[in-house]
Write a protein that binds this ligand. Structure first.
Ligand code: SF4
Length: 299
């Protein structure tokens, strides 16, 4: 899923005045939740924090998303599994282009084939006549505290309801609880309902390597809980920004929160705490080993 809200610094409210709406994507909120330092380097630093090189597994994921989005733009007769593979090939970065995280052209070509097989298998499960309500659609909503927007991979209609569909390309299949607990999916359901003026309570993770779908049907209460969580995170992030403006050291207001994900963090090179937690440095293509099962595993 691709975030679309432009990066912008927070505007601070004057004392006694209500705060401005916190403009954000779900990704911005979850970044704050995962690691305040990464949040600062991603969204607040000017110029932006220096990122590491591209990751090959992210390049793969982006190409898959592009291919599946374009598949629905094809004429009905061309919505075939083979077309999905062709679109993946077209979306794949060309040899000699900008850095894409692959070790070399041979490795890139090998993974292009595997990703092509994956989208072909997935497209074979789709009904080309079952047109989605929207593909790569930006949805948005406002509350008293948030101006939230983001782009949904796919919105289906089942009966009278909208369904949020999110593609996953990582090797680990989504767990049963992942759809229920995903703040991002909950917010997308709320924003989709608001933008398209329909009811949207069902969210689905489509794990392409295995074809497994993990779904959850939210209640109004569970969606309200996600929204309350989002507003709380926004409030925390705003308070930290205000603290820095008032003189607090940025490393205190936005502390590193180390975890097993530090090794994949774009800012590892400038984060000593993350380096200590990450262990051996990862190469830009190391995530590929976790990106797709082998053909045998997928069969
Ligand atoms: S390396 Fe880890 S602790 Fe450092 S910014 Fe990244 S996620 Fe946060």
């Amino acid at each position: 899923m691709v975030d679309v809200t432009p990066v912008e610094p927070l505007q601070l409210g004057l004392e006694g005045m209500p705060r401005r709406l916190f403009a954000c994507t779900p990704s911005r909120l979850t970044t704050w939740q995962d690691c305040p330092r990464r949040y600062r380097l991603t969204y607040l630093e000017r110029p932006p924090g220096v990122r590491g090189s591209a990751w090959a597994h992210k390049t793969l994921g982006a190409a898959v998303h592009v291919a599946l989005a374009r598949w629905w733009s094809e004429p009905r007769a061309r919505r075939t599994p083979l077309t999905a593979r062709t679109l993946l090939e077209r979306a794949w970065p060309r040899a000699g282009g900008p850095p894409d995280g692959f070790a070399d052209d041979a490795q890139s070509a090998q993974w292009r084939v595997r990703a092509g097989e994956m989208v072909e298998r997935y497209a074979a499960t789709l009904d080309p006549d079952d047109e989605p309500v929207a593909v790569e659609r930006t949805v948005s909503m406002r509350t008293d505290a948030l101006a939230l927007s983001g782009r949904v991979d796919r919105l289906d209609r089942r009966g009278d309801e909208l369904v949020v569909v999110d593609y996953k390309t990582g090797r680990t299949p989504a767990a049963d609880d992942d759809a229920r607990g995903s703040l991002t999916l909950g917010l997308y359901a709320l924003a989709a309902a608001r933008t398209l003026r329909g009811r949207c309570t069902r969210v689905e993770l489509h794990h392409l390597p295995t074809g497994r779908v993990v779904a959850h049907d939210h209640s109004d209460a569970s969606l309200a809980a996600h929204l309350a969580r989002a507003e709380s995170l926004a409030d925390q992030a705003t308070s930290a920004t205000e603290d820095v403006a008032a003189g607090t050291d940025a490393d205190l207001a936005f502390p590193p929160r180390t975890s097993s994900t530090c090794g994949w963090c774009d800012f590892l090179r400038v984060c000593p705490a993350g380096q200590a937690a990450a262990g051996a440095p990862r190469r830009p293509w190391d995530g590929l080993a976790a990106a797709l099962p082998t053909s045998d595993e997928a069969a």
